[in-house]
Design a protein around this ligand. Structure first.
Ligand code: HEM
Length: 419
């Protein structure tokens, strides 16, 4: 091999000096020209008309945001809101994101029937939740919502009150045992297990699989969520083919496959069981009244039997979405509510007073009627949601111009929002 001289520079195995000037032009000069034109475009000027942190060419604000997930959220949802106000912009390389933290500005977006497209960031969970509600849009989303809404009908949810009671009593016992040996208690893991059990039994069926299998499923699900957060703060991991080449990509594939194989087994079990219950399946009223029958999965399986537009994969995707969306949100809310009640003895007294009024000193199970009487407790839960919202942000991909209540006209295609 010839020795390198100052005139022969080899980069990635390419003899740089032999590259013609026209190739250089295409490789570097053309992108620079495009960048210069783009940076002066109306689109960029309008985005930059909003306040926001100073950005670097091409990198945007990535350097400031190259931190861990908690710090990333703190900067976006707290530091920058204080600094730039209730609407500001940031650049993730050449991808602008508009952050909105004011109800008046959000109203025309969240109140719209047409602005329902999800942003590309949600696609990071695609391998796991596929074509579920969270990722689909337009008529497909509307039809799916119509299909699943009965699962959340209050009467139907009320039919699970026995499961709520059973799991809550188990949880209270676990807390009591833990407090027998120490004064402090991290309630989050205990409450999370409770939320998972309730979700599992009310969505996919009672005693469907062993506790070990369920635990493993939720461990994998948690890892999938962790990978999602990692990809969110490292935008280069958002490039799918690049991500697949990384170690994290391989691990993610393994977690997703393991979690999805659990869902496959659950659906198979349930379908087999339903086949043995043909007479029940054929009667709609049983589907919505039977206490033994889980809401979500049965509705999906019935829809696929009726030949509606839902495939086997769609069913798996929806089940996985409900598991991801349903357990941590409720566990965080309950944990923070317990924390707030512990921190505010006056309010704690009022909660206890209300419980005594409704239950006296009885240890009978809580009924649907009792739940309606616990008004103060409900206010505490709502205040918890206001103070410690478990979903720190949601996003939308705007496909049309939006005029907001503050006469700000955002003339852009890509607008996301943070709350
Ligand atoms: C305190 C509890 C909860 C909170 C704070 C919460 C919050 C939210 C928020 C803010 C969204 C909107 C996301 C977006 O538009 O981008 C959402 C969507 C969703 N949540 Fe929840 N959630 C909770 C409990 C649950 C539970 C228990 C389930 C399931 C049993 C669930 C299932 C879903 C589903 C399927 C979606 C997607 C809906 C769609 O895109 O049409 N959530 N949730």
């Amino acid at each position: 091999m010839e020795p390198y001289t100052i005139r022969r520079v080899i980069m990635f195995g390419i003899d740089v000096c032999r590259i013609k000037w026209s190739t250089w032009f295409i490789l570097f000069i053309v992108p620079i020209i495009f960048y210069c034109i783009w940076i002066r475009s109306l689109f960029v000027r309008l985005v930059n008309a909003l306040p926001g942190p100073k950005q670097f060419p091409l990198l945007g604000n990535l350097l400031e945001l190259s931190v861990d997930y908690d710090e990333f959220l703190r900067i976006l949802t707290s530091d920058w809101v204080r600094k730039y106000g209730s609407i500001y912009r940031a650049w993730f390389t050449v991808h602008p994101v508009i952050f909105i933290a004011s109800p008046e500005l959000l109203e025309p977006i969240l109140g719209s029937h047409s602005l329902i497209s999800k942003p590309k960031e949600y696609q990071l969970l695609k391998a796991f939740i596929g074509n579920s509600l969270a990722l689909i849009t337009g008529d497909r989303w509307k039809n799916r919502r119509r299909l699943l809404t009965p699962a959340f009908h209050v009467q139907h949810v009320n039919s699970f009150v026995n499961i709520f009671n059973e799991k809550s009593v188990d949880t209270a016992r676990q807390m009591e045992h833990a407090l027998d040996v120490r004064d402090e208690l991290d309630v989050f893991p205990i409450v999370t297990q409770c939320a998972l059990d309730i979700l599992c039994e009310s969505s996919i069926g009672r005693k469907t699989r062993s506790q070990e299998e369920k635990d493993l499923y939720f461990q994998n699900l948690h890892k999938v969520q962790m990978v999602f957060m990692e990809r969110l703060v490292k935008p280069w991991l958002g490039i799918d083919w690049l991500f697949q080449l990384t170690n994290l990509g391989c691990l993610n594939k393994h977690y997703v496959a393991a979690a999805r194989s659990f869902t496959d087994a659950v659906i198979r079990d349930r379908r087999e069981w339903l086949e043995t219950q043909d007479d029940i399946v054929n009667h709609e009223e049983h589907l919505y009244q039977s206490r033994e029958r889980p809401a979500l999965l049965d509705i999906l399986l019935k829809a696929s039997e009726d030949g509606e537009m839902i495939s086997e994969d769609d069913i798996k995707d929806e089940v996985n979405l409900f598991m991801v969306a349903g357990h941590e949100t409720t566990a965080i809310t309950l944990s923070m509510c317990l924390y707030l009640i512990a921190k505010h003895p006056e309010q704690q007294k009022l909660v206890m007073q209300e419980l005594r009024q409704v239950f006296d000193d009885s240890t009978r199970p809580c009924s649907v009627h009792d739940l309606g009487q616990l008004r103060y407790l409900e206010c505490c839960l709502k205040e918890t949601l206001r103070l410690y919202t478990p979903v720190p942000f949601i996003m939308r991909y705007l496909t049309e111009d939006v005029q907001t209540g503050f006469e700000i006209f955002i003339h852009t295609i890509e607008i996301h929002m943070l709350n």
